[in-house]
Design a protein around this ligand. Structure first.
Ligand code: TRP
Length: 339
């Protein structure tokens, strides 16, 4: 399905990614990009730093998050010589495109966009006025995201479920624009959800999420990873008691990282009462450390040599910008009639 397609992934530099993000989003996104490239397509991967300032006002924090995200993607195997890897704020044309698209964006789209609605709901729950602390950046977020997508004639946007609606809005805005001029000026994007990607549970069994405080850290040292893994919930049944692996959280988490043989081994050991919780936690720890070892080294290298990363980002922007410029020209020529 990626034959010759343009794939674009955006990531907001907020939060420090954990193992669940790595296995459930970062690695699959890079994999999709590689598949598209192998089939003659194009892969854009960018850091949505303008989206981040809606929520994060501390430049030092923003800068740190941006560095972490950039280094994580490189460590996880993103190849900036073939993927176009850039930061949003290096492509100023995006804002001109956004301004043009505003004129074609019904306000109602923004009212029902879920990021905005979630913020309103939160205010209501807290007994605050609907618009408390909601800035225009958050409100108009989907139009900026539409520009991110439409600027590069994107075919496919791989997303998690929470972003589906935003891609649909981008598609609707493009459709409205094209319909107005009765011409295919903007390419209609579609979203793609990878159903094979597992949601990784956290150490308490809920979805792994920073807001639940149940994460297994990603590129931390072995000690911190071990501490998190040994805090995974278990019960007090003795080792000898045969257990159904499907009811055991360590096994659930192991599924997202183990080979089929490794998984079989843990499953058999539990069913036969030959493996205790300490054993299986050590097996998971080994698998996690094996998985991340090389990437962690690369990550630490890039964090210490960010000038190299900066060069990649500048090279990426140099490749992305002419494409955004061409789109902007097409739109300006159209709306101002000076073609
Ligand atoms: N809104 C996305 C998120 O919160 C980030 C993003 C911004 C994005 N622009 C994009 C994702 C364009 C895909 C395409 O995760």
């Amino acid at each position: 399905m990626f034959e010759g397609k343009v794939i674009l992934t955006g990531v907001k530099p907020t939060g420090t990614p954990h193992l669940g993000n790595y296995l459930g989003a970062i690695k699959p996104a890079i994999q999709l990009g590689k598949e598209a490239l192998a089939k003659g397509g194009k892969h854009y991967m960018f850091i949505a730093d303008y989206h981040a300032i809606n929520a994060e006002k501390d430049p030092a924090v923003l800068n740190q998050k941006l560095r972490e995200i950039a280094c994580i993607y490189l460590a996880a195997g993103l190849d900036p010589s073939v993927s176009v890897f850039y930061r949003q704020s290096d492509i100023p044309e995006i804002h001109e495109i956004t301004t043009i698209l505003y004129a074609y964006t019904p306000k109602g789209f923004m009212n029902k966009a879920h990021a905005y609605k979630a913020a309103v709901d939160k205010n209501r729950e807290a007994g605050k006025p609907d618009d408390d602390s909601i800035n225009m950046g958050l409100y108009t977020y989907p139009t900026l995201m539409a520009s991110d997508i439409l600027a590069y004639d994107t075919d496919i946007v791989p997303v998690g479920r929470d972003q589906v609606q935003h891609v649909e809005i981008a598609r609707d805005i493009a459709g409205a624009f094209n319909a107005h001029y009765n011409e295919k000026l903007l390419h209609l994007p579609t979203y793609y959800i990878d159903d094979h990607v597992a949601v990784v549970p956290g150490v308490d069994g809920r979805k792994m999420s920073k807001s639940y405080g149940n994460v297994i850290p990603l590129f931390d040292d072995d000690k911190a990873i071990k501490k998190a893994i040994f805090s995974i919930k278990t019960d007090s049944r003795p080792m000898e008691e045969p257990k159904n692996p499907e009811e055991i959280l360590v096994y659930e988490i192991y599924k997202s990282i183990a080979t089929p043989e490794q998984l079989q081994e843990m499953g058999d050991g539990l069913r036969q009462g030959k493996l205790g919780y300490g054993h299986i936690k050590n097996m998971l720890l080994d698998a996690v450390i094996t998985e991340i070892k090389d990437a962690r080294e690369k990550y630490n290298y890039y964090m210490a040599h960010f000038d190299e990363v900066e060069r990649f980002l500048q090279e990426g922007a140099a490749k992305a910008r002419p494409v955004a410029q061409a789109t902007l020209k097409r739109l300006k020529d159209t709306v101002f009639g000076n073609r």
